[in-house]
Design a protein around this ligand. Structure first.
Ligand SMILES: Cc1cc2nc3c(=O)[nH]c(=O)nc-3n(C[C@H](O)[C@H](O)[C@H](O)COP(=O)(O)OP(=O)(O)OC[C@H]3O[C@@H](n4cnc5c(N)ncnc54)[C@H](O)[C@@H]3O)c2cc1C
Length: 366
């Protein structure tokens, strides 16, 4: 049995953790937020919840399908969301293509997207293996054997910020980074600057860092709006008849009526994603300005001109992989350090799952 630290409780980290626990290892997960989910998270508001990251996921890979079907309680959480109604809109909100051809099913987690990983991580939370509100700042190697030249006699210490303090968590045989590529690179870089990294391990960490350099990721500004005033007797909803649309608008690429998703309350609310180019150009803009611009574009596309009761924006700095690494994980046996996450092979939930699973299986068979 090995002690393994996993940094990040998104789909990749949670999948790796579950797989390694099942294989008989002892894992500890460090997550900077107060819950699991990462980009599959759900934002609560006075109008109800918003899936402001992942909109839906597919179940194409048989290994993902197996996990959905076999982890007890998961099929009750994952429900198909009818996106037959997806339209394609032009700049003025005119429908230029009607329903997309019915293809595979699109799934959401109920009551919110974060429910899936909250469910999958629960056994580890119950075992006391999950540290929330714990942002890992760096890792350091510690010599445990008598031979200072033997990298295999080293263990890893994870330094995590909890509130005002940075605390050490020691004695890990391996560390897995399950965070977006820029954060992964920064963490590794910061760790290599620490004095306590064994020289042999340093070169392994540098090699990982160089491989990550080829990966590129785009941001996404997201707008959330809620209209409780639409839930009055005689009024079922505001605006268009459709529930989800892709658009060629220069600001907005996707919009969906949250209240049309299974398990969600009926208060009319929308999640709106800005396009990649626009998000990149406005990445550092003031959130209030971004909100005003996206609100205007939303009105143009939907015809909804009423002021929302609730409105908020969220900036996903590392939303979508543009150039993936091209292999499902990185692992160095000398340093016993690995990386996983969607950015290794793609930009979707299933990619994160496959990456976390593949890395864990590699370690389990070592
Ligand atoms: C706006 C948006 C829309 C999307 N839409 C879809 C969609 O419709 N369908 C689809 O399949 N996919 C979609 N995706 C992509 C999908 O969300 C990701 O592919 C998947 O969730 C990535 O999982 P992950 O585990 O690789 O990373 P993440 O979910 O990013 O998890 C990484 C975790 O690491 C934590 N972390 C980071 N740094 C540290 C640190 N130093 N210490 C501790 N913890 C740390 C983060 O808080 C996070 O919880 C969307 C993403 C976004 C942003």
């Amino acid at each position: 049995m090995k002690n393994i630290a996993i940094i990040g409780a998104g789909m990749a980290g949670v999948t790796a953790a579950r797989t390694l626990e099942k294989a008989g290892h002892a894992v500890q997960i460090f997550e900077k937020s107060r819950g699991a989910g990462g980009r599959m998270s759900t934002r609560e508001s006075s109008c109800g919840s918003f899936d402001h990251g992942t909109q839906y996921f597919t179940i194409r890979d048989p290994r993902f399908e197996k996990a959905i079907n076999e982890v007890p309680g998961t099929t009750e959480i994952c429900r198909p969301w009818s996106t037959n109604a997806v339209r394609v809109l032009d700049e003025l909100g005119r429908v230029i293509e009607a329903a997309m051809p019915p293809r595979e099913k699109h799934f959401v987690a109920v009551p919110g997207m974060s429910s899936l990983l909250t469910h999958w991580i629960k056994p580890l939370v119950d075992l006391g293996r999950v540290h929330y509100n714990s942002q890992v700042m760096c890792i350091e190697s510690v010599q445990t054997g008598h031979n200072p030249n033997n990298a295999q006699s080293m263990t890893w210490t994870v330094h995590a910020q909890q509130g005002e303090r940075v605390l050490p968590f020691s004695n890990f045989d391996a560390v897995l980074f399950a965070v977006p590529n820029p954060q992964c690179r920064a963490l590794i870089e910061h760790s290599t600057l620490q004095k306590l990294i064994h020289t042999e391990l340093l070169s392994s960490l540098h090699a990982i860092k160089h491989q990550i350099d080829v990966v590129t990721t785009d941001p996404c500004w997201t707008l959330m709006v809620g209209y409780p005033q639409a839930s009055q007797p005689g009024i079922s909803h505001l605006g268009p008849q459709w529930n989800a649309a892709k658009s060629t608008h220069h600001r907005i690429s996707w919009l969906a009526r949250e209240s049309s998703k299974p398990g969600k309350s009926h208060i009319e609310r929308w999640t709106v994603q800005a396009g990649t180019k626009w998000s990149r150009e406005h990445l550092e803009d003031d959130p209030a300005r971004v909100k005003a611009k996206l609100m205007r574009a939303f009105s143009e596309l939907t015809g909804i001109r009423v002021e929302p009761t609730h409105s908020a924006v969220h900036r996903w700095r590392y939303a979508k992989t543009q150039t993936p690494l091209g292999q499902p994980y990185l692992w160095t046996q000398e340093a016993r350090v690995g990386t996983c996450g969607d950015w290794h092979i793609g930009h979707r939930v299933e990619d994160a799952f496959i990456s976390g699973l593949s890395l864990a299986l590699r370690i389990a068979e070592a």
